[in-house]
Design a protein around this ligand. Structure first.
Ligand code: ATP
Length: 429
């Protein structure tokens, strides 16, 4: 068996897409008499600054001889990669073993590439010590993702599927013709086996990209047959080719559990560009600032961490605005410039009481302050109360998990509808 890993072949402005290149390589492998066991699409650390879009890396699992696989992939990559873009730095790594035989240090590298920042030098050291064939173009940064793609099958155990349909090449860069109605009908019928296909709140077809890349649509889900069926039911312009990818999308593989103190202590340093799941108590009233971003502080044992729901998370911000100081919650998201960018949060304990001025037991009207430290008094009836009283408040939120809508979801973030959460869920669809 052979594993071909590749990354960093596309350009934001010029189009292309590494998934497309992987699909083309798979076709050539098959054309050359080889078998393709699967195509793997792994999303690496979404915080990496030099990513083009979704920080994807690709692997092809095949029985083709490693030397032939290397030559074939290198030729395809050379012909297709957008190396004219200064930010495109392709990498190719070919491993002469079965996908589940990647050595520990390659699997460990894959885990790190999803959760941390890695260096090309470290990737190259591991590539050499594993005796892999490799090639790089320009600064060869793509070797990081290519090696991570090789190690992923051992590193991770949770997988989902995406069926990608590609456009005819003459149409690349032109507006896509996809019948939205057929997308919504097919998406509805197959939900929740497929998810993040549409956003019912905005009416957008999330599965159709807006970039100049070759993808017409990508259908994601837990079931390979369901994603295929839904893709086949979508009407629109001709589909030039399709490919099924096994992916770590929708798995939360980027998140690590941590204490709030640990994360807050790493703000401005090692916590930057990492994503966490942390618990704490809401410590400030959520505040909407310029641009529509909503901020609040989360506290635990003397440490504080600023959390934010940014404008693109749209209706999710209303959930965040409904939080109150005293609520016990868990939050998930990436730390960037000292702020945790919320992807989802769980209400563990709602604070359902507030301190209020007492009402007069005789006339029912609100009492007035009787002076500093003297409690309250009803001016009409003369009744007295020692201080404020605790009152039940109506809360808009319920216990459980809330998430950003499909249009704001990061590829790697797990949609609530997939299940397996430690509390009730309130999925967005
Ligand atoms: P493409 O469709 O081309 O894969 P993309 O959005 O996935 O687009 P890339 O163009 O691949 O982004 O750019 C990501 C670059 O970052 C690649 O060179 C990859 O090797 C590198 N990279 C990925 N993960 C990490 C990481 N954790 N640390 C450092 N570099 C990384």
């Amino acid at each position: 068996m052979t594993v071909i890993g590749l990354d960093d072949t596309d350009s934001r402005e010029r189009g292309m897409c590494t998934t497309y290149l992987a699909a083309c390589i798979a076709e050539r492998v098959r054309g050359g008499g080889g078998d393709v066991e699967r195509l793997l699409l792994v999303r690496l650390n979404p915080a990496v600054k030099h990513k083009t879009r979704g920080n994807a890396a690709l692997a092809i699992h095949t029985d083709l001889d490693p030397e032939r696989a290397f030559e074939l992939a290198r030729d395809e990559l050379e012909a297709a990669a957008e190396t004219g873009d200064p930010k495109t730095n392709p990498g190719l790594v070919v491993a002469p073993h079965a996908p589940d035989e990647a050595p520990d240090e390659v699997a460990a590298f894959a885990r790190a590439a999803v959760r941390e920042h890695c260096s090309r030098e470290d990737a190259e050291r591991r590539i050499e010590s594993a005796n892999y064939r490799h090639a790089g173009w320009k600064n060869a940064r793509g070797k990081i993702g290519a090696l991570a793609a090789v190690g992923s099958w051992v590193a991770f155990s949770e997988w989902t599927y995406e069926r990608i349909s590609y456009r005819e090449s003459e149409r690349w860069g032109t507006p896509r013709e996809v019948d939205a109605e057929s997308v919504f009908v097919a998406a509805d019928d197959a939900y929740p086996a497929i998810w993040d296909t549409v956003d019912r709140g905005t009416g957008g077809a999330v599965c159709v990209p807006r970039t100049p890349c070759p993808i017409l649509h990508g259908i994601r889900g837990d079931d390979p047959d369901a994603v295929r069926r839904v893709a086949d039911r979508i009407d629109g312009e001709p589909v030039a080719r399709t490919a099924l990818f096994v992916t770590n999308q929708g798995t939360d593989a980027h998140l690590r559990d941590a204490d709030l103190g640990e994360v807050a202590g790493g703000v401005g340093a090692e916590a930057e560009g990492r994503a966490y799941r942390v618990a704490g108590t809401v410590a400030s009233e959520p505040e909407t600032r310029r641009g529509g971003h909503v901020f609040f502080d989360l506290a635990d044992e003397g440490s504080e961490l600023r959390c934010a729901a940014f404008e693109p998370t749209k209706r999710f911000r209303n959930r965040v605005r409904n939080l109150r100081p005293g609520d016990r919650i868990a939050v998930c998201g990436e730390v960037s410039r000292g702020t945790l960018k919320l992807e989802k949060f769980a209400v563990c304990d709602l604070d359902t009481t507030e301190l209020a001025t007492p009402n007069c037991p005789d006339c029912g009207r609100s009492m007035k302050s009787a002076g500093a430290g003297q409690g309250y008094r009803c001016r009409d009836c003369g009744t007295r109360a020692e201080g404020k009283i605790e009152r039940e408040v109506e809360r808009e939120l319920e216990p459980g998990w809330y998430e950003v809508p499909p249009e704001a979801r990061r590829h790697i973030a797990k949609p609530l509808v997939r299940g397996g959460f430690d509390a009730p869920t309130h999925p967005e669809r």
